[in-house]
Design a protein around this ligand. Structure first.
Ligand SMILES: [Zn+2]
Ligand SMILES: [Zn+2]
Length: 419
């Protein structure tokens, strides 16, 4: 496939949503991430898949981070420390006193130091996931290029910095070969790991970050199979970039669905337990195992949640918001309906592709550079054959307003083909 289609600049032939409404055309649901979920028996697991500790630039030790999230009800936890920070970066930067530093890893340093994934937790003074009764997932945040999380593998090593390609700083491997995101994602795949693309919207005001154009994301998702690059963060630590990430997600879904799903993830990207955001995932698992987590991440069998309100996970009882809870997704292929049943939900919004795939502002300076996906229906049932405006996908958001804050639970996208 050529990702540089001259006429549209997009990977697949695009069908602006208006053209989908012609009388006589019939739509078929060809991709349902919740297909096969036994809603009577399935277990809902809260998953924190992007956390930092003293082992990179976080502020708390591994045991404290894992303990706090476990206390707050999380049963799936991945520590994803940066692969570029030495342990105790905050001590090094004089933001924490030396006595607050982590003594791990103990000498002699293991191979790969200082860029070891924080795994297994027992090497870092934390009980094992089994002892704690949680599902621990090996993780790492690749940081020298666009930030990418790797899961279920040890990829993430200390490269030689070249200083090229600022502001990220270039990196080369042991053979002196420049290493790019494609090399990194490929290496994760070769090791049997899963990858997500992190926080696209973080602004260029950080010296270590540079936003990428939409085409960059199109190329990554075109170049790498969904079996490895499973999706992207649509909600990360800073609320002000929420629309940027959501807009990008819809732009990509409009180009790739239903052939190539891009699952959305929520991450609070926690560095300080006392200043976390409420952004996380709810995985629907048949059994409480790492293998089931992997399967859910591959198939999109999860939701992600995002609040505009922060939380202090260091508190004895973290005051978390009440989020809408997905209870069931029912599909009636004869009628052409999808019904979502949820608790604690004020409103179900169905969102389809943006009306336009053209940017509306400069992605470097605007926090809303693309038209957002548009609401085609409000209410728990959607008829995807008769509702105008649905193209190749639709996704649902469960919304709850409380105390001046908005809690949203995002479903992963459903994909359609025209019969
Ligand atoms: Zn990051
Ligand atoms: Zn991070």
């Amino acid at each position: 496939m050529d990702p540089h289609d001259e006429t549209t600049g997009a990977l697949f032939s695009l069908q602006p949503w208006g053209e989908e409404d012609m009388v006589g055309r019939t739509k078929d649901l060809v991709l349902n991430p919740y297909d096969g979920v036994d809603w009577e028996r399935v277990q809902s697991h809260q998953a924190a898949l992007h956390l930092h500790t003293l082992q990179s630039d976080g502020y708390q030790p591994v045991a404290e981070v894992v303990g706090a999230y476990r206390r707050a009800g999380f049963t799936v936890i991945s520590i994803t420390d940066h692969d570029w920070n030495r342990p105790n970066a905050r001590v090094l930067w004089k933001e924490l006193p030396p006595e607050a530093g982590s003594p791990y890893p103990a000498e002699p340093y293991p191979p790969g130091f200082p860029a070891n994934p924080t795994w297994p937790w027992t090497d870092y003074g934390c009980p094992s996931p089994e002892e704690l009764g949680v599902i621990g997932i090996q993780g790492n945040e690749l940081t020298f290029r666009h930030h990418i999380n790797s899961f279920f593998c040890d990829y993430g090593v200390w490269y030689e910095r070249t200083g090229k390609g600022a502001p990220y700083g270039g990196i080369v491997d042991a053979q002196g070969r420049e290493v790019w995101e494609d090399d990194q994602i490929q290496a994760i795949g070769q090791r049997g790991g899963l990858a997500t693309i992190n926080h696209p919207g973080i602004s260029d005001e950080h010296a270590w970050w540079e936003r990428k154009p939409l085409d960059w994301y199109v190329e990554r998702f075109a170049n790498h199979p969904a079996e490895c690059l499973v999706g992207m963060e649509v909600s990360n630590c800073e609320t002000r970039f929420q629309e940027y990430d959501e807009g990008l997600w819809d732009q990509l879904l409009a180009r790739f669905m239903p052939a190539r799903p891009i699952w959305g993830f929520g991450a609070d990207d926690m560095h300080k337990l006392h200043e976390a955001r409420q952004s996380f995932n709810i995985l629907f698992l048949g059994e409480p195992t790492a293998a089931a987590v992997r399967e859910a991440m591959l198939t999109g069998r999860f939701c992600f949640c995002s609040s505009t309100k922060g939380v202090n996970y260091q508190a004895e009882r973290a005051e978390r918001c009440l989020f809408p809870k997905l209870r069931e997704v029912q599909v009636d292929p004869m009628r052409g309906t999808i019904t979502v049943r949820a608790d604690d939900c004020g409103e179900v919004r169905w969102i389809a592709a943006p009306a336009s795939l053209e940017p509306v502002a400069d992605f470097r300076t605007s926090d809303r550079p693309w038209p957002l996906g548009h609401v085609v229906q409000v209410g728990e049932t959607l008829n995807y054959r008769t509702t105008p405006g649905i193209g190749s996908y639709v996704r649902a958001e469960l919304v709850r307003q409380e105390g001046g804050h908005t809690q949203r639970t995002f479903l992963n996208p459903f994909g359609f083909a025209d019969l």
